[in-house]
Design a protein around this ligand. Structure first.
Ligand code: URA
Length: 236
C-alpha cells in the first residue's frame, strides 16, 4: 500500500495532510525518514512512525502540559475563537483528547490535556483535593484581611456554600499567589470580586505538585513525564 494511503487509514489525516507530513520529514519507515508519498509499504512488516509515534501501536493514553496563551478557549472546536488543540500541531487524533478542566479565554498558563478520562477525573474531582496555584494581578490594592478570608472560605455570589479554605500569598498589594483546591466556574475572578477587587490578569502556575515547565513559551507544549502523570493521578 502507498505510504500516504496507509497514513490516512491509521490516522484521521486527510490525503493532503498526510502528504504534507511526509514532505516535512515527520514520517519514518523502518527508522528512515521517507519523503515520498508513493513509497509502497508492507503493512504487516514495516514499522511506520509519525512524529516518532508508532502507528501500529494503540495510540494513547496521552498526557500533555500546554502553556496556554491568551485568546484560546478550552474546547475541541469553536466557530468564533481559536481552541487550544490548534496548538498541538504534532499530534494526531485530536478529537480523542480533552482538557483537564478549563481556563478562561484570557487566562494564561498550565493546562493539562489527555485522553485518559479516569486520570482527568482524579485531578478535577473535588474529592481528590488537587491544588491549583494562580498568579493574580489585581486592579485595586488588596484589603488587609484577604488572607484570613481566603483561609476561612469566601461566599461567592449566587452560591450556597463558601469556598474551601485556600491560601493567599501577597507579592505586593496588587499581585498575589492564590492556591485553591476547587474548580468552580470563574472561581478566582469571583473570589476577588467578593473581596471588592477585580482580576486584571490571571496565570496558572501549577496543579498539585506539577509546575508549568519554564522552558515552554506561550503556545508550546510537551508530554508529561511518567513521574508527573503518576503524581497527578494519585488520589489523596
Ligand atoms: N478561575 C477563573 O476565574 N478563571 C480561570 O481561568 C481559572 C480559574
Amino acid at each position: 500500500m502507498r505510504l500516504d494511503k496507509y497514513l490516512t487509514q491509521c490516522t484521521e489525516l486527510t490525503r493532503s495532510r498526510a502528504t504534507a507530513a511526509i514532505r516535512q520529514g515527520r514520517v519514518r519507515v523502518n527508522e528512515k525518514v521517507i519523503k515520498s508519498s508513493s513509497l509502497k509499504i508492507n503493512e504487516l512488516t514495516d514499522v511506520v512512525l509519525l512524529n516518532g509515534q508508532s502507528l501500529t501501536d494503540k495510540i494513547g493514553p496521552r498526557y500533555f502540559m500546554l502553556h496556554k496563551p491568551e485568546g484560546y478557549i478550552c474546547a475541541n472546536s469553536d466557530n468564533e475563537h481559536a481552541v487550544v488543540f490548534e496548538l498541538l500541531s504534532r499530534e494526531i487524533n485530536l478529537d480523542k483528547l480533552h482538557t483537564v478542566g478549563r481556563l478562561d479565554i484570557d487566562t494564561t498558563g498550565l493546562i493539562l490535556i489527555s485522553d485518559d478520562g479516569q486520570w482527568s477525573h482524579a485531578i478535577t474531582s473535588p474529592k481528590h483535593h488537587q491544588t491549583k496555584s494562580y498568579r493574580v494581578w489585581l486592579s485595586e490594592p488588596l484589603i488587609e484581611d484577604a488572607e484570613q478570608q481566603v483561609k476561612n472560605g469566601i461566599m461567592l455570589r449566587d452560591e450556597l456554600h463558601p469556598t474551601k479554605p485556600g491560601t493567599l500569598e501577597r507579592i505586593n498589594d496588587t499581585e498575589v499567589i492564590l492556591t485553591i483546591s476547587e474548580g468552580r466556574y470563574h472561581q478566582v475572578k469571583r473570589m476577588f470580586a467578593a473581596l471588592g477587587n477585580r482580576v486584571v490578569q490571571l496565570h496558572r502556575h501549577s496543579i498539585g505538585d506539577v509546575v508549568l515547565d519554564s522552558n515552554l513559551q506561550e503556545g508550546e507544549y510537551r508530554a508529561l513525564t511518567p513521574q508527573e502523570v503518576a503524581l497527578l493521578g494519585k488520589r489523596s
